[in-house]
Ligand binder design. Structure first.
Ligand code: GLY
Ligand code: MN
Ligand code: MN
Length: 452
């Protein structure tokens, strides 16, 4: 644990805000623990729960933050016998108290009856929660739900320290994409490019914020296979983001030609996706409804597909019917913060404003967020175009387009399996800032970087 990463002032201010929102009710936030790979002494790397990390500023395995009114106490496990031998010296309670900006006590002293919490995603931490609270955390109480809402209110609008963390993650993500473009050439495999991208993170003391997607099968939205050969004429889709040393996420996708040159059809479709991304970005400002940002991307994409002859008909009607979702089946993005899909463990409570619900329509049903944007929010903007056999071969799904879909025209774009263009965007007082703007994005800039 690197105590230099501590942000005691920011963490204390966040706790004060949480305590005020809870109106004196008591809450416990659990850091969690690393799951074992095959036996307890061979764990996966530890990554603290983002709720804990946000209010403490440091990831401390198995620790619990107790917030009640003005009293904030961190409970930590004292070192076990043998820890110094196998893991080296560990910080003392006083060191941790300075780093977290609150008193620190041994975990054995925690008494927690009646406290609210957020259910952990892993079973070991759920057991720890059950033991501490004397009840199952899996069935949330009203107090648990009120805690979730209070946390959402805090984490939704990023403070200065959070924005600095997001900028750091964006910088690491930028370096990764530049390295990935430069490492690409036909004959290599996707894992060579992934290695180059993730090496830039390791050099910065960072890690991937999520499982890197580096694939010539862009039509597989979350393809985690990396063994595919890069052939001349392929597009490579890289959805790769760095996690800053303090835990903040980057999440960027670029799509580039393995040869360094787009074919005419790839270039034409790339321009359509880029136009959709620009249309969505132009809609990002305080007060804008995120669903409308999504629909701006859908309309621009559909207009582009009409221009290419893939669709016939009226753009607004095609979008209202959900025809665009045959090629752009996911939402335009999501909240970004300490989690790549920030707070998604809290479900649509985080992504959707009270009173708003997911649409049942194919495509819109995958929109992960529908809030009005406000300064300090961070979101991704990531439209795409994909030829997914499971969609285009499904008579029920394609019926929404009917004869407005021209399959002969679509056939001309057989060398485009999937294109996604994703950036990380901070909502500002008068508009937005693209945090990842330094990553090549125009077709020409991408080609120059791959060939350079
Ligand atoms: N990297 C996952 C996503 O873009 O949502
Ligand atoms: Mn992504
Ligand atoms: Mn994303």
């Amino acid at each position: 644990m690197d105590l230099d990463l501590a942000v005691p002032g920011a963490a204390a201010a966040r706790r004060d805000k949480l305590a005020a929102a809870l109106g004196g009710r008591r809450a416990l936030l659990f850091a969690g623990q690393a799951p074992p790979r095959n036996y307890p002494d061979a764990p996966y790397p530890f990554r603290a729960s983002s709720h804990f990390l946000y209010f403490v500023g440091l990831g401390i395995e198995r620790a619990v933050l107790d917030v009640q009114g003005d009293e904030h106490t961190l409970y930590v496990e004292p070192p076990a016998q043998g820890d110094a031998l196998w893991h080296g010296p560990t910080p003392g309670l006083d060191d941790l108290a300075r780093a977290a900006g609150c008193p620190v006590r041994p975990l054995g002293e925690l008494r927690a009856e009646g406290a609210a919490t957020i259910p952990a995603v892993d079973l070991a931490t759920r057991s720890q929660q059950q033991a501490a609270l004397g009840r199952s955390p899996s069935t949330p109480t009203d107090a648990d739900l009120a805690l979730a809402d209070a946390i959402i209110a805090c984490r939704l609008i990023h403070d200065e320290a959070a924005i600095a963390g997001l900028r750091e993650a964006a910088e690491g993500t930028t370096a990764a994409h530049l390295a990935g473009m430069r490492a690409t050439r036909p004959g290599r495999r996707a894992f060579h490019v992934r290695a180059a991208m993730e090496a830039t993170m390791t050099e910065r003391g960072m890690t991937p914020a999520y499982g890197s997607i580096v694939t010539v099968h862009g039509e597989v939205l979350h393809d985690h296979a990396h063994h595919h050969l890069l052939s001349d004429g392929d597009l490579l889709l890289a959805d790769v983001g760095a996690e800053s040393r303090g835990g903040w996420a980057g999440d960027v996708t670029r799509t580039w030609p393995t040869s360094g040159s787009f074919s005419a059809t790839q270039r034409a479709m790339y321009e359509v996706v880029l136009g959709a991304q620009r249309a969505a970005l132009a809609a990002v400002r305080p007060g804008a409804r995120y669903r409308d940002v999504h629909l701006a991307a859908a309309r621009a994409l559909t207009r582009g597909l009409v221009d290419l002859g893939v669709f016939r008909g009226d753009v607004d009607e095609l979008v209202a019917d959900g025809a665009h979702a045959l090629f752009f089946p996911h939402g335009v993005g999501h909240l970004l913060g300490l989690d790549v899909h920030d707070m998604e463990d809290l479900g649509d409570r985080a992504g959707y404003a009270p009173g708003r619900e997911r649409s049942p329509q194919f495509g819109l049903c995958y929109l992960r967020m529908d809030r009005d944007l406000a300064p300090g929010m961070a979101v991704t903007i990531e439209p795409g175009f994909y030829q997914v056999p499971a969609i285009l071969g499904d008579a029920e799904l394609t019926a929404v387009a009917g004869d407005r879909l021209d399959r002969a025209a679509l056939g001309r774009f057989a060398d485009v399996r999937g294109i996604r263009i994703e950036d990380d965007v901070l909502v500002t007082l008068d508009g937005h800032e693209v945090l990842t703007a330094a990553i090549p994005k125009t077709a020409g800039d991408v080609e120059a970087c791959v060939s350079g």
